[in-house]
Design a protein around this ligand. Structure first.
Ligand code: CP
Ligand code: NVA
Length: 335
């Protein structure tokens, strides 16, 4: 794969072969880290991390991966920088592009990260927009491949709000890589028709299938992977909680869903997750609406089926792969 200098904005821009190569590279980098082998190729470079929304995993993954590769990392909190308020994205891109070798962006519309990439002159990596979460997808695919030894033919069911970043991106990732994708949600939470059509095209190439259902029994029976995400995403108004709980509570991942799935089913969640009362929001929602767990029950989250912490660790290895593939001065061994 030769994608040096290229941005990583959505998986739509990459072929299945390139996506598989990102996973192989992440696997190799993970092995190097565990053996404490230093990886050469990026030393002395610097990256900027723009976060217009909060983060634990993505920020830490970029920072740790950068340090492991011998790079410097600068975190830019929009509250303490000029971005957006006093300086346009175009101007910010042109300034940061002069100082940094790569830029991560987490924020709102996909057009913002596309614009940043257009003007920066260095690789830009999408750390989450409203529409897509592509680095999360590499971690999910790697976690699935680690467990099942393959991606093709795996039946993945996504439950809940499927028309936002995680749901959209999972549909793209699955259909590109030959996994059978089932969207199990009320119709108004299905991805938009335009994206579904694009993914139908990917599925025709890869052998994947696409299923949309409002029926939880149909959606979860025989699934190899069940995945979900929060019901209200960052940037959405608090007033939306009542409607989301009403609409999506029937699509909560429960032990009944797991019992209907394949015997060796795994549960994935990009995290953070509201599965108990150990968060401020979890407690507020409980007091207001009388529910103690939301998109997944604590029983499933804490069960042997749950691979969410492998998935979280894989964020770092896969983000390192994205930076390495787009920045490294030396070809990596598997090339
Ligand atoms: N999954 C994920 O992107 O986590 P953070 O919001 O903590 O980065
Ligand atoms: N859909 C979630 C994903 C968090 C990683 C959000 O946008 O808040």
């Amino acid at each position: 794969m030769n994608i040096k200098g290229k941005s990583f904005l959505t998986l739509k821009d990459f072929t299945p072969k390139q996506i598989a190569e990102f996973l192989d590279l992440a696997d190799w980098l993970r092995d190097c880290k565990r053996k404490r082998v230093r990886v050469r190729g990026c030393e002395g470079k610097n990256i900027a991390l723009i976060f217009e929304k909060t983060s634990t995993r993505t920020r830490c993954s970029f920072e740790v991966a950068a340090y492991d590769l011998g790079m410097g990392a600068t975190y830019l909190d929009p509250k303490a920088s000029q971005i957006g308020k006093k300086e346009s994205i175009q101007d910010t891109a042109r300034v940061l592009g002069r100082m940094f070798d790569g830029i991560e962006y987490r924020g709102y519309g996909q057009e913002i990260v596309e614009n940043l990439a257009k003007y920066a002159g260095v690789p830009v990596w999408n750390g989450l927009t409203n529409e897509y979460h592509p680095t999360q997808m590499l971690a999910d695919l790697l976690t699935i491949r680690d467990y099942f030894g393959r991606l093709e033919g795996i039946r993945l069911t996504y439950m809940g709000d499927a028309r936002y970043n995680t749901g959209n991106s999972l549909m793209i990732a699955c259909t590109k890589m030959g996994l059978h994708f089932t969207c199990c949600a009320p119709k108004k939470y299905w991805p938009n028709e335009e994206l579904i059509e694009i993914c139908r095209g990917y599925a025709a190439e890869s052998g994947a299938t696409l299923t949309f259902t409002e029926d939880v029994v149909e959606g979860t029976t025989g699934a190899d992977v069940i995945s979900t995400d929060v019901w209200v995403s960052m940037g959405e108004p608090d007033e939306i909680w009542a409607e989301r709980i009403h609409d999506l509570l029937p699509y909560q991942v429960t032990i009944d869903c797991i019992n209907r799935a394949a015997d060796d089913v795994i549960f994935l969640h990009c995290l953070p997750s509201f599965h108990d009362l150990n968060t401020e929001i979890g407690r507020t929602i409980s007091e207001k609406f009388g529910i103690n767990e939301m998109e997944v029950t604590d029983e499933v989250f804490e069960s042997k089926y749950s691979r969410v912490f492998d998935e979280a660790e894989n964020r770092m290895h896969t983000i390192k792969a994205v930076m390495y593939a787009t920045l490294s001065e030396v070809p990596w061994p598997l090339d």
